[in-house]
Design a protein around this ligand. Structure first.
Ligand SMILES: Cc1cc2nc3c(=O)[nH]c(=O)nc-3n(C[C@H](O)[C@H](O)[C@H](O)COP(=O)(O)OP(=O)(O)OC[C@H]3O[C@@H](n4cnc5c(N)ncnc54)[C@H](O)[C@@H]3O)c2cc1C
Length: 278
């Protein structure tokens, strides 16, 4: 585990709890951070000021016909497996990816040429005043690793996905193969936060290839290193501090800019209190 503690950490059991937490935060003048599974985050060593709300109990799963309604705290991989197991195809491309339905929507998670927004019908959200609304997000609000949630302060509660009928046995086999592929690419060997930098087609090659080209595979600071098997994965293999990982992110971006002339965009989200104002 990397990073420090939050001032306040809460795991609401239901909507009523969530509403009480929003009132508490408002009266205590606390910043709120909504946590999925933390699989895309680098939390500062000094922790997070304010209230962190962990959405894990919002983990409902409803499957009807060609419709899935999924709670935001449900593991996206579990959702894909459960849907596939009842012959619902669509979200299976997300099997094996860490994180929750809420985190995947926030990031517009993608894999194998598909993105989660391709399947969304509506999303139920709560604003920080506690008002609940069901929204249909227009296509132009979604992009490569982009969603309107990165701009608007909304808590994702649940979402409806339109999927298609499939064969449960074939879907399970395909999903198992996806997991094998992730295992063979070294996704789960050491703790990491997935891709460190976004890919950009204009750069002519994936970020990992550019980083490798600059000789940065294996580059180490303290307890963390660029993995030796993939240039875009930074692993915590020796009890890293968050600042070790941050130093690698900065060094890699600088080297790629100096040697190749492109500015990599960070995908890992730095959260909490960073001394340098990041
Ligand atoms: C081994 C590994 C492989 C990965 N592979 C992929 C991949 O193939 N494709 C890909 O796109 N990503 C990948 N990732 C990155 C990560 O899994 C995704 O970004 C995931 O969607 C993050 O989900 P999370 O629940 O962990 O979100 P968190 O990391 O907890 O949060 C991410 C952001 O979402 C916000 N958020 C979370 N839940 C809610 C909610 N209910 N309401 C409002 N905001 C919310 C948080 O505030 C934060 O800003 C990978 C990561 C790892 C570690």
């Amino acid at each position: 585990m990397v990073g420090g503690d939050a001032d306040f950490f809460a795991v609401p059991a239901d909507l009523e709890d969530l509403l009480k937490l929003l009132v508490f935060a408002r009266h205590a003048n606390l910043e709120i951070f909504i946590l999925g599974r933390g699989s895309n985050l680098l939390v500062a060593d000094s922790g997070i000021r304010g209230l962190v709300i962990d959405m894990r109990h919002f983990n409902s799963f409803e499957a009807q016909g060609k419709t899935l309604i999924l709670g935001s705290g449900l593991s996206i991989s579990d959702a894909a497996w459960r849907a596939g197991s009842v012959g619902m195809a669509g979200l299976d491309f997300l099997f094996g990816m860490p994180g929750t339905v809420g985190g995947a929507l926030w990031m517009n998670a993608r894999c194998c040429g598909l993105q989660i927004s391709d399947f969304v019908a509506w999303i139920e959200v709560m604003d920080l005043e506690g008002r609940i609304e069901r929204i249909v997000v227009p296509d132009n609000e979604w992009g490569y690793k982009k969603s309107l949630f990165q701009r608007e302060r909304l808590i994702i509660l649940k979402a409806r996905f339109d999927v298609v009928q499939g064969n449960s046995k074939a879907l399970r086999l395909a999903m198992s193969a996806k997991r094998e592929s992730r295992i063979s690419k070294g996704h789960y060997i050491f703790p990491c936060a997935g891709s460190a930098f976004k890919n950009n087609r204009e750069f002519g090659a994936p970020s990992g290839v550019l980083i490798d080209h600059c000789g940065m595979k294996g580059y180490r600071v303290g307890g963390a290193a660029v993995s030796t098997w993939h240039g875009n994965i930074i692993v915590n293999d020796r009890g890293a501090a968050a600042t070790d990982i941050e130093a690698i992110l900065l060094a890699v971006a600088k080297r790629v800019e100096t040697e190749i002339g492109v500015q990599l965009e960070r995908e890992i989200l730095l959260v909490g209190e960073w001394g340098n104002g990041q």
